[in-house]
Design a protein around this ligand. Structure first.
Ligand code: NQM
Length: 381
């Protein structure tokens, strides 16, 4: 669907911030027929203006965090309200990757669904169960939907703050059910909580390969001659570090059963160090070639999970104590612009087993209308 304007096709689009990410959201039915992925990808690349470092001809913001797309539809599956497909584009690449998760864009899914008429709120709080099609992950999400003069609406204003976003906004609460092994086969895809791998310049380094919603390779920053407290900008200028991380990433991709990850956006390379501001652990997350200004949602869940598992490189670096284990554990994951709090639910019978996680995000509708792409991309049905 969409409107024609000369050589351009307008597609209904809601431009949203979800957590510390931003991008256009679409109803699945508004995109090319049958989700013909080639045509869909051409539409998404045109909408964002990729590839171009500034994405000058589209909606992208010149950073992987602002090169994201959400596609949403109601679900006909039992117990599921909405289906979400996340697409990661790149400023300078022409790839559209729908294989991994994004918990930040996920935070905008329920607000979007209300805005776009996919979900009609009937009480002050709207709860929805969202299936992320990328990996089959399920989350229960709630947002405030108070009654106004013209019916219920999404309340974006509130007093919840998340580091990496200015000001405060209404809380979007996200409860993940089991997220172990999203893109990987299991939580610890190498079969071990830590592995020793080779550095490109020679020498060995201990890493933890883990996936509790996002595949990560965790490394003690000190083992690479860094502190882990550097700014994202400083790390982004550190070409030598980036080269070592990329060599490790390609090696670990194979160890994690992911094959050749050259063109993949994961695993995310995560430098860790003891907390510096009263949190549980410090992180610097590469996604995977650019250092994140904060940390991804599922990257934070996965990093937090590593803090409670014996034998990981994170366990000893973190301040999680045995005393706190057995029930729920609160992990404060420090990152370049603050911290990210994750509540982990542990199996009382097996405190090494994380069964669920909860966290808070915010979201906002920035613009609603049509995004224009070349008419030649119109579906022929
Ligand atoms: O890990 C960036 C983000 C993300 C992904 C990335 C995310 C997540 O901050 O759930 O949210 O890791 O590429 O949006």
């Amino acid at each position: 669907s969409g409107s024609l304007r000369g050589s351009q096709l307008g597609i209904p689009c809601w431009f949203m911030r979800g957590g510390t990410s931003r991008g256009p959201f679409f109803r699945r039915a508004d995109l090319p027929a049958g989700m013909d992925t080639e045509r869909r990808d051409a539409v998404l690349l045109a909408a964002l203006g990729s590839p171009h470092p500034l994405q000058i001809d589209g909606l992208g913001g010149g950073n992987p965090l602002t090169s994201k797309v959400g596609i949403v539809d109601v679900s006909s599956r039992d117990g599921v309200d909405l289906e979400f497909q996340f697409a990661q584009l790149q400023p300078t690449g022409d790839t559209v990757d729908t294989t991994a998760n994004c918990g930040n864009m996920l935070a905008a899914v329920v607000p979007f669904a209300v805005e776009a008429g996919l979900l009609v709120p009937d009480s002050d709080t709207t709860n929805a169960r969202v299936l992320t099609l990328n990996t089959g992950m399920v989350a229960d999400i709630s947002i405030p939907t108070p009654a106004g003069d013209e019916g219920r609406f999404v309340e974006y204003a509130g007093d919840a703050g998340i580091d990496g976003v200015p000001g405060t906004a209404a809380a979007v609460t996200i409860n993940f059910l089991d997220t172990a092994g999203s893109v990987c086969e299991s939580l610890l895809p190498t079969g071990s909580p830590s592995d020793t791998v080779e550095l490109d310049g020679g020498g060995l380094v201990r890493v933890t390969c883990i996936d509790n919603g996002q595949p990560l390779v965790m490394i003690r920053a000190g083992d690479l001659g860094r502190t882990g407290y550097e700014s994202a900008a400083d790390l982004n200028r550190d070409a030598e570090l980036k080269q070592s991380l990329e060599a490790l990433r390609l090696q670990c991709g194979h160890l994690m059963g992911l094959g050749d990850v050259t063109a993949k956006n994961y695993p995310k390379m995560t430098l860790i160090a003891p907390p510096a501001h009263g949190g549980t652990i410090t992180t610097r997350s590469f996604i995977p070639h650019v250092c994140h200004e904060s940390i991804g949602v599922l990257a934070a869940v996965t990093a937090a999970t590593a803090c409670v598992i014996d034998g990981t490189v994170a366990r000893d670096v973190s301040t999680v104590t045995d005393a706190g284990r057995g029930g729920d554990v609160t992990v404060s994951v420090e990152h370049p612009s603050g911290e990210f709090t994750v509540e982990l639910g542990l199996d009382p019978q097996d405190p090494q087993h994380v069964t669920k996680s909860a966290l808070l995000r915010t979201a906002r509708l920035i613009m609603a209308g049509e995004v224009f792409v070349p008419r030649s991309l119109r579906s022929t049905g």
